[in-house]
Design a protein around this ligand. Structure first.
Ligand code: SF4
Length: 572
């Protein structure tokens, strides 16, 4: 076994791991990051060819080598989850994501208290484990600001230091200053969506995205090529960790990235302290990094799996799992979708960044009165494209309107007619946490390294969730007709499977009895073991998680550099 020694080892060099690596290395700490996938270059994304990009496997997990299984409940058998959208490369999911970059609302950090104060405790589903975060929006605001300016996010403020300003999201929490870059240009779907939602009395705005609307920090602005979500940017205009923080870390001389490294164990000593991690390389070798500080930063499945695989006599149910909460409270956004087509208006959805082009926030969080709707929390509603992006292969995944077959001449004519005239609306609903939504080790399925696959037990179809989705679909139908569409129809909902943005499994909290980590991602049980990323979210909000993951990563790095380094121990 080859062994290396360093100050800090980080598993996963994505949204959280890449930021922490760069910040710690800049502060003079020696950092080794272990990344399961490759380190691609901007030039690897040249040549916009939808078919070629769909075929490539190096940006996302290969489901044959790295399966994740899913079952509806503990009585059902688990089957492979199918396509996995998270990252499998240096930069993680930020390389191929849609780059949507939301700050959460103030009440998203206190969803439980907010609900009880406004609607009473009975409004919370009995079986939900909804909890407040152990930090407030105000605590995280400086780090949201840091992430937006450090990485490069385009958008328009709606609330500057408590004063509502025109053009942005009137429901957003107060921000200290404008976005570093103006909003991206609006495409036809955004224009039609804005007109209709304004007419209905709602408040549309350009979705904030980590895509450069203008040149910034030596990188060029976006050319609106459309090969954005699901692909890497061929010119570095998307503010991925690959083109922002990893080069910063390289420059310090204190950072080493090991690619192709499959971490399979967190190592500990007899005192229970973390001593490093063990990993396999593609040549089959078994290797080890010894470190003073161990930070787990892969996607939620591997955060949970690594803790479960690293059980000890002291922690027989999984490392750092004295609470029994490792693997619990897993959440996923339900993506309720609606399609619209026009007889006389071209949407040309293939142009520009595809994800959530323009948005209304009127039905998200507690931005509206839930007294009579039969559910709590909500969803943003956005206009964009079906599936990953607006190319013809993506468009072919559309379920046609009722009465149109999915084959033959009628289907061909529908696609030919609708391709340039359609748009897709999506409601990304905030599903609640439940303790029995879990990740554990599949006893029957192993990955390419012989390790048990992560197994998700999850079914989104609970009464609160179903009511929330139905409400949002009706709102989107209202908007679709107001846009002047000639056809408005729903896309099928998943029969229980999780939607997008999986979160939870190692949730943060204020009480070691019912959470795994504190606000910094430091495990309650082992102070030199941190777990970061969306696995730590106690609730998910109706927003994409990445900017919050990144803000938390800056906060964790700040706490390690300025406090933990001088006084290793529990961070208050
Ligand atoms: S749309 Fe813009 S950010 Fe997206 S891939 Fe094209 S140039 Fe890059």
């Amino acid at each position: 076994m080859a062994t290396e020694r360093t100050d800090v080892v980080i598993v996963g060099a994505g949204a959280a791991g890449g930021i922490i690596a760069a910040e710690l290395a800049k502060a003079g700490m020696q950092v080794i990051a272990l990344e399961r996938g490759p380190r691609l270059k901007t030039s690897d994304f040249a040549g916009q060819d939808e078919l070629r990009f769909f075929q490539r496997q190096d940006t996302r997990p290969d489901i044959k080598r790295q399966p994740v299984t899913w079952r509806r409940n503990t009585n059902a058998s688990a089957t492979p989850l199918g396509t996995l959208a998270y990252g499998n490369q240096a930069g993680g999911g930020t390389v191929h994501y849609g780059a949507v970059s939301w700050r959460m609302h103030e009440d998203d950090f206190r969803a439980r208290s907010q609900t009880i104060e406004r609607y009473g405790e009975r409004a919370i589903p009995e079986d939900s484990s909804i909890a407040d975060w152990p930090l407030s929006y105000a605590d995280l605001e400086p780090f949201y600001d840091r992430a937006e300016y450090d990485l490069g996010v385009s958008g328009k403020a709606g609330n500057l230091q408590g004063t509502l300003v025109g053009g942005g999201n009137v429901f957003e929490a107060p921000r200290r200053r404008e976005y570093p870059l103006p909003p991206l240009l609006v495409e036809q779907p955004g224009i039609a969506f804005d007109e209709a939602t304004r007419e209905l009395g709602y408040h549309p705005f350009s979705t904030p995205r980590a895509i450069l609307s203008e040149p910034y920090q030596g990188r060029p602005g976006c050319t609106y090529c459309g090969f954005c979500q699901g692909f890497g940017c061929h010119m570095g205009a998307k503010s991925s960790i690959l083109v922002t923080k990893l080069p910063e870390a390289d420059e310090t001389g204190n950072f080493k990235l090991v690619t192709g490294a499959m971490t399979y164990h967190v190592d500990t000593d007899d005192s229970g302290r973390a001593t490093g991690v063990s990993y396999y390389l593609p040549d089959g070798s078994d290797n080890n990094v010894e470190a003073d500080l161990v930070i787990l930063a892969p996607f939620i499945y591997d955060n949970t799996r690594l803790l479960l695989l690293s059980r000890t006599a002291q922690f027989p149910d999984g490392l750092a799992n004295s609470s029994g909460h490792v693997g619990k409270h897993v959440m996923a956004h339900m993506m309720a979708r609606l399609l619209v087509t026009f007889d006389d208006r071209h949407m040309n959805v293939y142009m520009g960044p595809s994800a959530q082009k323009h948005t209304i926030d009127d039905f998200n969080a507690d931005n509206f009165d839930h007294s009579d709707v039969g559910f709590i929390r909500g969803s943003q509603i956005s206009i964009g494209t079906e599936n990953l992006q607006g190319g013809p292969i993506s468009a072919s995944t559309i379920t046609p309107p009722p009465g149109t077959p999915r084959w033959g001449a009628a289907y061909r004519d529908f696609i030919a007619d609708a391709y340039t005239r359609h748009a897709s609306m999506v409601a990304q609903t905030e599903n609640l946490p439940y303790a029995d939504q879990t990740i554990d080790l599949d006893p029957d399925v192993k990955d390419a390294w012989g390790l048990p696959a992560p197994r998700m037990t999850y079914d989104w179809r609970r009464p609160d969730e179903v009511a929330r989705v139905e409400y949002m679909l009706q709102k989107m139908e209202e908007i679709g007709w107001a846009m002047g569409a000639s056809q408005v129809w729903r896309q099928p909902l998943s029969p229980g499977r999780p939607g997008a943005h999986h979160e939870g499994g190692t949730r943060m909290g204020s009480d070691p009895a019912n959470s795994v980590v504190n606000r910094y991602g430091q495990t309650w049980d082992i102070p030199n073991l941190f777990v970061v990323g969306s696995s730590t979210f106690p609730t998910m909000s109706g927003f994409n998680p990445t900017l919050t993951i990144q803000a938390l990563a800056y906060m964790t790095a700040d706490a390690i550099v300025n406090r933990y380094r001088n006084n290793p121990g529990p961070l208050a």
